[in-house]
Write a protein that binds this ligand. Sequence first.
Ligand code: PMP
Ligand code: GLN
Length: 383
Amino acid sequence: MKDTALRVADFKDSIFGVISRLAREHQAVNLGQGFPDFDGPDWLKEVAYKKMQEGHNQYAPFHGTQNLRQEISHYYKNFYALNYDPETEVTVTVGATEAIYLVITGLINPGDEVVVLEPFYDSYVASIKMAGGIPVPVTMHAPDFTIDLKELEAAITPRTKLLILNNPHNPTGKVWDKSELMGVSQLVMKNDLYLLSDEVYEFLVFDGAKHIPTATLDGMRERTITVSSAGKTFGLTGWKIGWICANPSVTRACRLVHQYVTFAVSTPMQEAVAEGLKRLPDYLPGFVELYKGKRDQFYGELKKLGFEFSIPKGTYFMMVPISKHTSLNDVDFAMKLIKEYKVATVPPSAFYLKSTEGEKFLRFCFAKKDETIKSAVQNLNRL
Ligand code: PMP
Ligand code: GLN
């Protein structure tokens, strides 16, 4: 490993890549990596093609096309009554993944501590380590994946600079309620921290649950750095258009990194996403209905198979307890399911640094065609 820089030398292959490769090798139905196995809307693909034909094909302004930054600013205003200046507070990135990297690299000095709520999306900890920061995990305890505010307070030290919260939450499907968000926000304000709010599943909420952007809470507008992306909302994860909304000083820090990491993001795809955001009010009801149907269908099947847990209110993931079906841990059971039952899932212990609670679950992604879900259920029936 002499060629590998120390800052990445202890990184492993991402669990999503590993599981997708194993699923291919063993011809398993893939309910692992989180992406739909069906395409996003035809009208939006047509818009993208039109944008290319119209000549939107050279470098975009480095912080994003004016059109897209304006549409991002409009939807935050229209949906959440949040005002962001497209010139100084909105930055377009290559998916939420680049956004997360920019926020962390732009804010974190070596030795700074960043509180991550586990289970976490894996790129948080990788980005923190690349910046020389120290990830400090606080566990969201099963079965409801709640935070104990005393544990959170104990994890904050004078070196803590940032806390990362994901809502709606991958991998648990939890949608945070207002009192929980207020509890975390009060500690953020008391300790003078920034909060990175990863809201990529903001529109995937069911059963009347409401997504509350952290930036809308009293006193949190200036401290919250909101990250989102078009990938989930339009079912086009490969387009990789994301964004950061933050105060001008944080925005400037993120842009300083962005200009040298990617410089600019795909122009025609930005223009297409701008059009997509414009049509959100018409598009969203059908989108939510589609995923709710898949969630209900898959949840019903898992119940019939004897898995017991509450139905998740958000995202396209389910964190399913496995101890009634096996004495194996999550990794071994996931391997067994791939090899012997031909169903691929994600073992969530990859999303924890401290607690072993993840070993008792598997994460299933239900953003799949009806026939994919049916074949997965057929295979699981042999359990
Ligand atoms: N945050 C969370 C919680 C995610 O699940 C994902 C992956 N889809 C991302 C960020 C990254 O999103 P993107 O594909 O836009 O980079
Ligand atoms: N966000 C997706 C998931 O959680 C996958 C993203 C990735 O492969 N890095 O499965």
